[in-house]
Write a protein that binds this ligand. Structure first.
Ligand SMILES: Nc1ncnc2c1ncn2[C@@H]1O[C@H](COP(=O)(O)OP(=O)(O)OP(=O)(O)O)[C@@H](O)[C@H]1O
Length: 247
């Protein structure tokens, strides 16, 4: 059963128009795993999430999800398959209330399901229930980030792709957002997280995958790579002990 929820990425090549960014990504994510995707600026981390969510041009390779190749499908179809995406940056409707934002997030659902799914989200995020009539744009950055995660989990995905949730947040708000991600993970959700705050990412993730120049160059347990090693990689473009700079 568990194997069915694996996400198998094979030799994935993708980019924007003629621009190649992913140059043969291989990744196998078992169901329920919490994976942090890391790497230097421009490595292709966000592009990988966007590609999994059908937002880039696929040049080759497969994204096998529950026995089906979803590479090249439209985002809406991918959402329907149980993969949801929280993009980087503010992505709510600021002059709509929390409740209205959740209604917007439910636009692909049948009416009867919308209320049930909003209730599900309010159970998950009681803080949003209290603010249901508040305009999203009038909430704190942390609350808005929670709303954006809530909008993505409304349809009860199996996999949540989250891009840089800590950007612009205070340490306290970062703590709240990450606690919520951990809670979703504890409930069985598979999470792929792109996060510049490597300290936080390494604390919450079960596995670290490092990308460079659109390829996976390291894959292991967070405890097996130090912050110094990561810092070195981000600064120089090479892993400790690697002979030639490739940046
Ligand atoms: N919509 C786009 N059109 C064209 N090029 C893009 C687009 N989005 C990203 N890129 C380019 O793709 C490359 C990889 O970007 P991406 O955002 O995936 O990197 P990243 O590893 O997430 O980096 P960062 O940590 O800086 O966010 C960069 O050179 C970037 O300029």
């Amino acid at each position: 059963m568990e194997a069915k929820t694996n996400l198998l990425v094979r030799d994935l090549r993708a980019g924007y128009g003629n621009l190649d960014i992913l140059n043969g990504v291989d990744l196998d994510v078992p169901g329920g795993q919490f994976v942090a995707l890391m790497g230097p600026n421009g490595a292709g981390k966000s592009t990988l999430l966007k590609t999994l969510y059908g937002m880039t041009s696929i040049k080759g390779g497969n994204i096998d999800w529950r026995g089906k190749n979803i590479a090249g499908q439209k985002s809406r179809a991918i959402l329907g398959e149980g993969i949801s995406f929280v993009p980087q940056g503010r992505c709510n409707f600021p002059v709509m209330s929390v409740d209205e934002n959740l209604q917007m997030a439910a636009y692909t659902l049948r009416d009867a399901k919308v209320k049930a799914d909003r209730d599900y989200v309010y159970d998950l995020f009681p803080i949003l229930k209290k603010r249901r009539a508040t305009l999203a744009g009038n909430m704190s950055g942390g609350e808005q980030q929670l709303l954006e995660v809530a909008m993505a989990v409304l349809q009860r995905p199996k996999v949540l792709l989250v891009d840089e949730p800590s950007v612009g947040l205070s340490p306290a708000a970062i703590g709240i957002v990450f606690d919520e991600l951990l809670r979703l993970h504890a409930d069985g959700m598979t999470i792929l997280l792109v996060e510049q705050n490597t300290k936080k990412a390494m604390e919450v993730a079960q596995r670290a995958v490092i990308l460079r120049l659109g390829q996976v160059i390291w894959d292991g347990l967070p405890k097996d790579i130090t912050h110094d090693e990561l810092g070195e990689l981000f600064l120089t473009g090479k892993m400790r002990g690697e002979a030639d700079a490739v940046h």
